[in-house]
Design a protein around this ligand. Structure first.
Ligand code: ZN
Length: 410
């Protein structure tokens, strides 16, 4: 097939893809995370069976296109649309009542499977953390008591967040050319199953929502600023819009289906973005000099707080494990909460909120920590180590400006 024909076919199939994602959105309120394409791509409501047939036909057509004749970016594009459509088909099956195990579901929807760790593994990590904690009692109790001393007072929340966002933006802008006029709004909300959310609105604008249902500890300020903002979701979406939608007229990026491989790339780069913006000791230093004083915490405690936080992050996979067993029917909600309290060191309230996240988003949980580890390995094995910050940022920027799939990171 000639190259022009391939391009024309991809253009047409990318529009089919957008229409089908929007059509699934009519059956699944959480499916369409963002859409800022032309309203003409919003078609009529379709029954699931029609969506399934059209998606299968588009997949068959994509498989007929010859990838050997495509250049690098077009090849990535071809694979991306194909795999996103296969994921869409899996979501349609789920909406039609198909049951999958946790791992089958994450493979089908997100193109990845999270590793399994034993309770013994988490117990060892947790006890290691315990040796760094003051006080007496169990590790979860001592961890919770320790963190209570670092809850950002409500009236200082906005000031602390604003400082964290400004610093993340400054650090990112030194390394990545941010699109002119990019902007975001921060809103404080309640009654959600997540702790923060970035809603991309197009024209390089995001709405960042912060959930204030539960106490917000010191670490959440930079986490949210870098993850939701810079160089996380807001930058990722703005670069895709600038380079692919405006630059190449690739319409598939005007829509973002939440339950799709794109989410592992989005969450993985957003989580790794924290380490990009604040590598090594720089985070603890910034917290000590700026955020801790703003929040009213003793600056001298910042280094120890982040040593403990590092150990705590290693327990993130316990969250996947609780979700896997809960969604596979091996855990009741109560057992999942217990597991989260014991091994992921969440407060009982946080753990209970988290099981509601499992209900709503299911195996989506793997996208954060597994995504982060996959992105880190990808960047570092390509030479982008801490010692080579220029290369590290270059690879990171390419990753968040091109059509990528989790299996493509391996
Ligand atoms: Zn996120």
């Amino acid at each position: 097939m000639k190259q022009n024909t391939t391009h024309a076919a991809l253009t047409r199939l990318s529009e089919t893809y957008v229409r089908l994602v929007l059509a699934v959105g009519a059956h699944d309120a959480d499916y369409v995370d963002a859409f800022y394409g032309p309203p003409s791509l919003k078609g009529e409501e379709l029954p699931l069976e029609t969506i399934r047939k059209r998606a299968a036909a588009a997949i068959a057509e994509l498989k007929m296109l010859s990838p050997t004749r495509m250049d690098g970016m077009v090849l990535l594009r071809h694979r991306y649309i194909l795999r996103q459509l296969q994921s869409l088909l899996a979501r349609v099956d789920m909406l039609g009542g198909k049951k999958m195990t946790f791992d089958e579901e994450s493979q089908a929807l997100y193109d990845a499977v999270a590793p399994v760790y034993t309770e013994e593994h988490f117990r060892t990590l947790r006890d290691e953390l315990g040796t760094a904690l003051p006080g007496t009692g169990s590790v979860p109790e001592r961890f919770e008591a320790y963190r209570k001393g670092f809850v950002i007072p409500t009236e200082k929340l906005d000031r602390v967040f604003t400082a964290a966002i400004e610093e993340s933006r400054k650090r990112t802008a030194r390394r990545i050319t941010l699109p002119a006029g990019e902007s975001f709004t921060v809103e404080y909300v309640t009654g959600k199953s997540w702790s923060g959310y970035n809603w991309f609105k197009g024209n390089c604008h995001s709405l960042i929502q912060v959930n204030t249902d539960l106490p917000i500890t010191a670490d959440r300020a930079v986490d949210l600023a870098s993850h939701e903002g810079y160089p996380g979701h807001h930058v990722y979406n703005s670069l895709l819009e600038t380079h692919l939608v405006r630059g190449k007229k690739w319409m598939e990026f005007t829509v973002y289906p939440l339950f799709s491989p794109q989410s592992l790339i989005a969450e993985g780069t957003a989580n790794f973005g924290i380490e990009m913006a604040f590598p090594g000791e720089e985070r603890a230093e910034f917290e000590r000099d700026v955020l801790f004083p703003l929040a009213g915490f003793p600056a001298a405690e910042a280094a120890q707080y982040y040593r403990i936080h590092e150990l705590f992050l290693k327990l993130a996979y316990a969250g996947n494990e609780a979700a896997r067993r809960y969604l596979n029917g091996e855990f009741t909600r109560e057992q999942a909460v217990d597991y989260l309290v014991n091994y992921a060191l969440m407060s009982a309230d946080r753990a209970s909120q988290r099981t509601k996240f499992f209900d709503q988003y299911r195996s989506y949980v793997i996208n954060y920590n597994l995504g982060q580890d996959m992105v880190k390995r990808y960047i570092e094995s390509a030479g982008g180590t801490l010692r080579k910050p220029d290369l590290r940022w270059k690879i990171f920027e390419e990753l968040i400006s091109s059509p990528r799939l989790p299996s493509g990171l391996l």
